[in-house]
Design a protein around this ligand. Structure first.
Ligand code: NAI
Length: 458
């Protein structure tokens, strides 16, 4: 569904009128295209909190973004190459704050970003790197947690389609796929997120090791997308096929025509199956005797009513599609060894499951359940099967599901985020593709919101 307000504010009179009235001013986001695959501009690398153990420079060099041109004005006391002028502002800023261990060092975060922030280009990126919280050092934990509040607050004030995210890491190379994603147009609708990148990848399972074809990272891999016939699932199928996967588009028998059309367009195959069938996992495994590398649990439904008006069948239908079937098929496919080592599971949660939403007690419960499943299963699935388990949690995404929302609620949903607009299915798809990437083996147990930093929930 077209966002007419966004189109209106892109015109000169629209901009003038909305500014005069103090209305939201959404910026047109730059998304990935084959013609414009990278951010346009340079990358500024800053450090706060003294020397750090991260070997970041080679990883940043491989993002393809040029380093800040030498000779640009330097106006920060922090170590690094910040302080460019507005006309030559960076497209991306990476601030390594892993060494921040006390409140004095936290001042260096301010010193590093204060002079630069205004000049960051429209649709630019700020990525702050933090350390895991140290349970034995409450000063370190306090100031590292402080980075979350900092990042989320900056995300809310920065505007112009710019995003701000925090990555907690201990090893720069394990975080390369994550940094490449966050420092690219593929993460246009991901802001205000805290992403943990561990180093717990299990030796012996193929994951981030080995050469990965940059253009076709999923070449030779098979991906199954539930609910892939339309909406977000269709965009996920397209994006995984773009990255080289053979995609199996699974959808209900009523959607067979659409599923076949999508599969044919992507050179994949269609599988018509109601995912709530008790033997859905077995049927998927039978369909894919050579196994599966990427499992995307995307199928989902809403049956909204306030609890006082909700009959039991509306509750159970939503819980069955959105949660019970995800648990059942995941268990069945892991038990059968149908997911190959180095595999990826990406489930679909929702900000309604994280923040709660009136009229969606059933849906919110089901999607919170997905987050619980991911957090609990992730370490075991990695240790026992070499498979990572993560979730995307979309906010307001322009699909048939949200087109059915009443006008005023829909308009509020679109604007109530830091980017003041709804996301597109491709935004969820790009986030899914990053989590499904062979080099994302150190990203595990994460629930990543794709919500333009929605004001709902943390
Ligand atoms: P959609 O309604 O456009 O598409 C859902 C697809 O799932 C359809 O093709 C449908 O036939 C399929 N499906 C439903 N029940 C199924 C079953 N039992 N077995 C197999 N396939 C089934 O929905 P949309 O908007 O694309 O959402 C996709 C996922 O994203 C869902 O899990 C949804 O809860 C989640 N989500 C969507 C948001 C949005 O703003 N659109 C926000 C947050 C989460």
């Amino acid at each position: 569904m077209a966002d007419r307000y966004l189109s209106f504010t892109a015109t000169a009179p629209g901009r003038l009128l909305t500014r005069r009235l103090g209305l939201p001013q959404p910026a047109a986001l730059s998304r990935w295209t084959a013609e414009r695959p990278a951010l346009e501009g340079h990358l500024t690398h800053l450090t706060a909190g003294g020397p750090t153990a991260l070997d970041l420079a080679p990883v940043l060099a491989r993002t393809g973004l040029p380093a800040e041109p030498t000779g640009s004005a330097r106006s920060t006391g922090a170590k690094g190459s910040g302080g460019t002028t507005a006309s030559s502002g960076p497209a991306a800023v990476v601030l390594d704050a892993t060494g921040v261990r006390d409140v004095d060092a936290l001042a260096e975060v301010h010193a590093a970003l204060h002079p630069v922030v205004r000049s960051v280009a429209a649709s630019g990126r700020i990525v702050v790197l933090g350390a895991p919280l140290d349970a034995r050092d409450h000063h370190q934990a306090a100031v590292q947690q402080a980075l979350e509040g900092f990042v989320r607050s900056l995300g809310k004030e920065i505007g112009r389609g710019r995003t701000v995210n925090l990555v907690r890491l201990t090893d720069a190379s394990a975080a390369e796929s994550t940094l490449r994603f966050l420092l690219s147009p593929k993460s246009a609708y991901v802001s205000g997120q805290v992403i943990g990148v561990g180093t717990e990848e299990v030796a012996g399972f193929p994951g981030s090791d080995g050469p990965v074809d940059r253009a076709l990272p999923l070449a030779g891999r098979t991906a199954l997308v539930t609910g892939g016939a339309r909406g977000i699932g269709e965009a996920v199928a397209e994006t995984l096929a773009r990255d080289g996967a053979h995609v199996v588009v699974l959808d209900v028998p009523q959607a067979e025509e659409d599923a076949r059309r999508v599969a044919a367009r992507l050179g994949g195959s269609a599988l018509t199956l109601d995912i709530t069938a008790a033997d859905a996992g077995e049927r998927i495994a039978a369909e894919l005797p050579d196994g599966l590398d990427v499992l995307i649990h995307n199928a989902g439904i809403t049956r909204d009513r306030r609890l006082v008006n909700m009959p039991a069948d509306r509750w159970s239908t939503v819980l069955d599609v959105n949660l019970a079937s995800v648990l059942r098929t995941t268990d069945a496919l892991l038990a059968k060894g149908a997911l190959r080592a180095g595999g990826r599971i990406v489930a679909t949660a929702s900000i309604a499951g994280l923040a709660g939403n009136a009229g969606q007690t059933n849906y919110g419960a089901s999607k919170a359940g997905v987050a619980g499943l991911v957090r609990s299963l992730a370490p075991r699935a990695l240790a026992e099967h070499g498979v990572t388990v993560n979730a995307v949690a979309p906010g307001f995404i322009e699909t048939r599901m949200t087109a059915a929302v009443p006008l005023f609620i829909r308009e509020a949903g679109r604007r109530m985020n830091s980017l003041a607009q709804g996301g597109l299915p491709v935004d969820v798809a790009e986030t899914t593709a990053w989590l499904a990437h062979p080099a994302s083996g150190a990203v595990n147990g994460q629930v990543v919101r794709v919500c333009g930093q929605s004001l709902l929930g943390a």
